[in-house]
Ligand binder design. Sequence first.
Ligand code: PLP
Length: 377
Amino acid sequence: MNKPVHHLQTLAVHAGGESDPETGAVVAPIHLATTFQHGPAGERIAGYEYQREGNPTNDRLRAALAALEGGAQALTFASGMAAISCLLETMEHGAHIAIPDDCYTGLRVLAEEFLPQRSLRVSTIDMANPDAVRKLSREGIDLLWVETPSNPRMKISDIRTLAEIAKANGALLVCDNTFASPALQRPLELGADIVMHSTTKYFGGHSDVLGGALVFKQADESYERVAHRLHVTGATLAPFNAWLTLRGCRSLPARMAMHCANARAIAEFLSKHPAIERVNYPGLPTHPGHEVAARQMIDFGGMLSMELRGGRTAALSMAGRLKLFTNATSLGGCESLIEHRASVEGDKPVSPQNLLRVSVGLEHVDDLIADLEQALG
Ligand code: PLP
């Protein structure tokens, strides 16, 4: 991009957004074609052949994601889970992968059920404890997966330290940056090799588009392997979804600033409420990961969880009394959502029964606090 860009907000507005060379339209066109004309011997005319293998709208989004995360290349997928699966499927048989003890349920299920079928060894570990990770890495490690802040307990892992451990052991460090977004945290600058996103969340920003992404620090062999597998296995992001996600990039930093301000005020309110046993929000000085979060994040995000006094019954009845917060899964949209995680984690829930996860939206914070107050009684 030939524009004088010095700040992430500016990049978010302009990345992948060059005017359409054909019409001058200042908003990217959506290219829906599944196939592109080529020469008689398959010579590519404008670089494209078939939508599964490449599409101009997807390429604009990939350019924007790579720019925002400070990576060399990005790949986009039909969902966050498609991105995770495609990457992990490129690991050699017998590889040792470590995942966090608190992470998105889909990764945990994939790691427990599917990866062992491919003879991958999976260890579940407290990524917020570097000594435990160091100890595990003595057994030989090929990939460290970090999710920080983690879903749903908001644990904070030190990306820089984990990158040092990964490097010393010849392992890849992959960071799920969904909760923070590059507006708040840039793992590649802290030493990670690959950043993963469920773009369904803050990038999309409006709870209306599914998608996933991987951003690679270098256009290296890992990138080539994953790109090839995506082209062949086909979990491609549809052009319209790429376009909606690109539109989401434009307002990402502005939205994140307000998500953070609202979440901070709510976390402070909840932490003083007698019905609440514990608030998990890294912006609170009492959070065990606060210092690391303050070092590696620009702000603390729009996600939090709370643990209520009175167990499962208290949590469910509070969630049922809320009027502005919608009981729904997912996160990162304009509307505030609340969810009893244990209820949606399938047969073997791991989240505490008294825990409610909150995606703090963009409503006025006084209205949100008033709703929480009435629901807490
Ligand atoms: N990573 C995190 C942290 C998530 O919260 C989610 C979904 O909630 C995913 C990955 C999976 O993304 P998707 O739902 O787009 O497949």
